[in-house]
Design a protein around this ligand. Structure first.
Ligand code: ATP
Length: 248
């Protein structure tokens, strides 16, 4: 369970301050997939970075399973599996070694790590490239490696920044099935996307974010009812104040 309240983050830039996140708050429940949906530059990645303790908010707080993300950062990190926007796999290591290294950092023993890798590699269909160095990996292979690495310690809460970016149709379908399974196991799953159809296909609840603010929270049907629009892309365009051309 992840609760975030009144998060603010402003970056200093030469041209003036950028108010990336302005009072974002929502709750992501266990046993649900929560989608953070917003156009480019809306503040999704910045929100997620604060959520997984990489960045300190200027204001507001984050609680993970009731623990304060700032004061109890180590305990919170143990409860989180994170796919960051920069996948950052080590290119001199094989996929297996990348995953095992994170398992060791989490304090798992060798037997547990080996068993988890077998399980994750099967679920994510990684057997063909598991023992290759990641240098030269396709985007999908790198993403799968980073997802497996994020999940090696069997976290209760899973945060994925644009997980399907650059993945082909079959890999995306596989990943959706995988995220549903995590949800059905009672985990809290949050992922971000700028594609309404993507979020609608998978999420129990959608948090629409634009210009650093939450514009609406609800199921796809609730968002349709709130806007009086049928087409989900139109719903997104309306809620995020987009011109038609920016929606894709
Ligand atoms: N380190 C930083 N320094 C300055 N500005 C930043 C920094 N990180 C983010 N921003 C700005 O904050 C705003 C929100 O960025 P963020 O990456 O959170 O958006 P996003 O919703 O994830 O977008 P996208 O879908 O394009 O990835 C943008 O205007 C971005 O340029």
């Amino acid at each position: 369970m992840i609760e975030i309240r009144n998060l603010h983050k402003t970056f200093k830039a030469k041209a003036g301050p950028v108010h990336a996140v302005r009072g974002v708050g929502f709750e992501a429940r266990d046993g649900e997939i929560t989608g953070l949906l917003g156009p480019n530059g809306a503040g999704k990645t910045t929100t997620l970075r604060m959520l997984y303790t990489l960045m300190k908010p200027d204001e507001g707080d984050v609680r993970v399973d009731g623990l304060d993300a700032h004061r109890e950062a180590t305990a919170v990190r143990q409860r989180l599996g994170v796919l960051p926007d920069a996948r950052g796999v080590y290119k001199r290591l094989t996929a297996r070694e990348n995953i095992a290294y994170f398992g060791a950092l989490h304090g798992l023993d060798a037997g547990t790590i080996a068993a988890r890798i077998e399980q994750l590699a099967e679920t994510l269909v990684m057997e063909d490239f598991l023992d290759r160095r990641t240098e030269g990996f396709s985007q999908g292979q790198r993403t799968k490696t980073a997802i497996a690495r994020a999940l090696v310690h069997d976290p209760r809460n899973v945060i994925l920044d644009e997980p399907t970016n650059g993945l082909d149709v079959m890999t995306t379908r596989g990943l959706r099935g995988f995220l549903r399974r995590l949800r059905d196991e009672g985990r809290c799953v949050i992922f971000s996307s700028h594609i309404m159809q993507e979020v609608a296909a998978l999420c129990d609840r959608i948090v629409v974010i634009a210009h650093g603010e939450v514009r609406a929270i609800g199921t796809p049907d609730e968002l349709r009812a709130a806007t009086g629009l049928d087409d989900l892309e139109d719903v997104f365009v309306r809620l995020a104040d987009l011109d038609q051309g920016e929606a894709a």
